[in-house]
Design a protein around this ligand. Structure first.
Ligand SMILES: NC(=O)c1ccc[n+]([C@@H]2O[C@H](COP(=O)([O-])OP(=O)(O)OC[C@H]3O[C@@H](n4cnc5c(N)ncnc54)[C@H](OP(=O)(O)O)[C@@H]3O)[C@@H](O)[C@H]2O)c1
Length: 290
């Protein structure tokens, strides 16, 4: 039986990957690689066949046990881990030594264009080590509104970012998880390619807060600030410097770039249309209210 190991299983994307793999996989063993097995077991109690292995990106001693007899590794980069040499090189070497040959890596849309972002470095490392691979490159998560950006939405119905009028492509994490599950289960068909997974809407934060106001029936505001002020604001809120920098670049760089490409890969892989922003905001309506 094919064994698929999912890292970051308890996060936004990993949980969706686990969900869709458990739904779609008929003859594969799905294994969640997690820091805390008891916590994950409670979270995924509905999936009786899901298997758990202890795994910590920060503890190289955990790699061998987690990677034993795995056919395909679903790998992601937790947002606070940016040092590729320190964390991902030993991890990928351990995967190789353990006999893993196939990796599906959760990257980001446009990763191929910027050599400085960690996703680009990880993609190059995966290729240079000779793994058969699939790179999943999603656009901007709709769920950023209901996670990272939510505290400010709650306190002041405002989103403050250094993104000006830049347009982002908005994608639902469920769509990414579903596409990734299809790619994992049909790895040989899709291997050695990168797949952008996007929604169908390119919208600025001004447009998104207007849409939220219309759907929720209460005003929401967008405030653009300069990237340096934003970085120091995030540091003051307690974010590590690496993470604050990635957040700044993620929201500032689109001002200097063309509008994101819209891809049809999600429909090609699943036969469905991507979730719209309207559907997402309607489903999360209560979460946005103070
Ligand atoms: N946000 C966006 O718009 C966007 C767009 C494109 C790509 N991306 C990329 O997507 C990735 C983030 O995915 P996500 O939103 O699913 O992340 P997330 O929700 O923050 O989840 C991170 C996962 O990693 C696990 N984790 C963290 N530190 C760990 C450690 N030391 N050892 C083992 N597991 C650990 C967490 O487990 P615990 O439960 O133990 O904490 C959690 O399951 C990033 O690489 C980001 O750049 C994001």
């Amino acid at each position: 039986m094919k064994r698929i190991l999912v890292t970051g299983a308890t996060g936004n994307i990993g949980a969706e990957v686990v969900h869709y793999l458990c739904q779609l996989a008929e003859s594969a063993e799905i294994i969640a690689a997690v820091r805390k097995i008891d916590k994950a077991q409670k979270r995924f109690s509905q999936y009786s066949k899901l298997v758990y292995r202890r795994f910590d990106f920060g503890n190289q001693d955990s790699f061998q046990g987690a990677f034993n007899e795995i056919d395909i590794l679903f790998l992601l980069r937790p947002p606070h881990i940016a040092d590729v040499e320190k964390y991902f090189k030993p991890l990928l070497l351990a995967a190789k030594t353990s006999g893993i040959e196939k990796i599906v890596f959760l990257s980001v849309q446009g990763a191929e264009k910027s050599k400085v972002i960690p996703h680009n470095k990880i993609e190059r490392l995966i290729k240079s080590l000779g793994f058969a691979h699939i790179f999943v490159r999603p656009s901007y998560f709709m769920q950023n509104l209901s996670t990272t950006l939510l505290p400010e939405i709650h306190t002041s119905q405002t989103i403050t970012l250094p993104s000006g009028k830049a347009k982002f492509n908005w994608v639902h994490v469920g769509n990414i998880g579903e596409a990734a599950a299809v790619l994992l289960l049909s790895f040989d068909t899709y291997q050695n390619q990168a797949y952008e997974i996007t929604g169908t809407e390119n919208k600025s934060f001004e447009e998104v807060t207007s849409l939220m106001s219309e759907i929720i029936g209460s005003p929401f505001y967008f405030k653009s600030i300069n990237p340096i002020s934003f970085y120091f604001r995030k540091r003051k809120e307690g974010l590590q410097s690496d993470f604050a920098l990635v957040m700044t670049m993620l929201h500032f760089l689109p001002r200097l770039q063309d509008e994101p490409e819209i891809s049809t890969n999600y429909t090609m892989l699943t036969g469905k249309n991507p979730t719209s922003l309207r559907e997402f905001i309607e489903s999360e309506k209560n979460a946005f209210l103070p």
